[in-house]
Design a protein around this ligand. Structure first.
Ligand SMILES: [Fe+2]
Ligand SMILES: [Fe+2]
Length: 259
């Protein structure tokens, strides 16, 4: 089977890019299952109720979030009942609403998707993602297990990949919004990439209007972040080819399409 995983969809240009590319790729490459990171889909911060439904209409099977999970208030209208929505598993507050992982039955194949937040250069209060994943994997009995490791540091991501090599099907990074050139299958069979990259504007600074960010490096600027909503967009994703009998990954390929 073929699984498409789309990196952080950012605001208006991200949605435009997803609309322009997803249906075509699904048809051309006979994609069976789609996972998409939606933490920046609504004006760059969080995902509102409308955009959750919009992503499902576009043909996404599972949506992951990240450190911006709860930036849009209307997410709370759907988060308790949403069956295809994953927020970070390792929030310190165990009362946090939503699910840290979901298991979906796809034509008899059990697919689990979970998300962990990293701890290096991140501000959210979370428990150790390595220890949490070790415990979580004891609970899960699925054919295919996929982790969205939402983190800033490449070294933490690579260490995480090796820590669970052979125990999960794919570990991919999100959050930095910059696609890395290190996709590969690790020695024990786990497909890995440090960051899938962002689906959104290419002319901003990781999605935000570039002048606002550049100014902040020169002086104390209090200008609000605004998404870069015009110019060229990029669609960043990976495609996993999985053996239908063993459920091992045969191939990981990255995609970066400019529109
Ligand atoms: Fe993001
Ligand atoms: Fe993030």
């Amino acid at each position: 089977m073929e699984i498409l995983i789309i990196g952080d969809v950012f605001s208006k240009l991200g949605r435009k890019s997803l609309e322009e590319n997803l249906k075509k790729i699904k048809q051309e490459r006979k994609i069976n299952f789609v996972i998409c990171n939606g933490e920046n889909i609504s004006h760059g911060k969080g995902m509102n109720e409308g955009h959750y439904h919009w992503l499902l209409e576009q043909g996404v099977n599972v949506i992951t979030l990240g450190n911006h999970s709860f930036n849009q208030k209307s997410i709370f209208n759907i988060i308790d009942d949403a069956k295809c929505l994953v927020r970070p598993y390792n929030y310190l507050d165990k009362e946090t609403r939503g699910k840290g992982y979901v298991t979906v039955n796809y034509n008899g194949i059990k697919i689990t998707v979970f998300q962990m937040l990293g701890q290096v250069f991140m501000t959210d209060e979370v428990t150790n993602p390595f220890l949490e994943t070790r415990k979580l994997l004891d609970e899960i009995d699925s054919d295919i297990i996929i982790c969205d490791f939402h983190a800033e540091s490449t070294s933490e991501k690579i260490a995480f990949g090796y820590a669970f090599d052979g125990k999960i099907t794919c570990c991919y990074g999100t959050h930095t919004h910059v696609q890395t050139n290190d996709e590969r299958i690790l020695p024990n069979g786990t497909a890995f990439i440090s960051d899938v990259g962002m689906t959104g504007p290419i002319d901003g600074v990781i999605g935000v209007k570039k002048d606002i960010i550049v100014e902040r490096y020169f002086e104390e600027s209090k200008k609000r972040f605004e998404p870069c909503d015009d110019g060229v967009s990029q669609f960043c994703a990976i495609v996993l080819t999985i053996d239908d009998n063993t459920y091992k990954v045969k191939k990981i390929e990255k995609l970066r399409i400019l529109n």
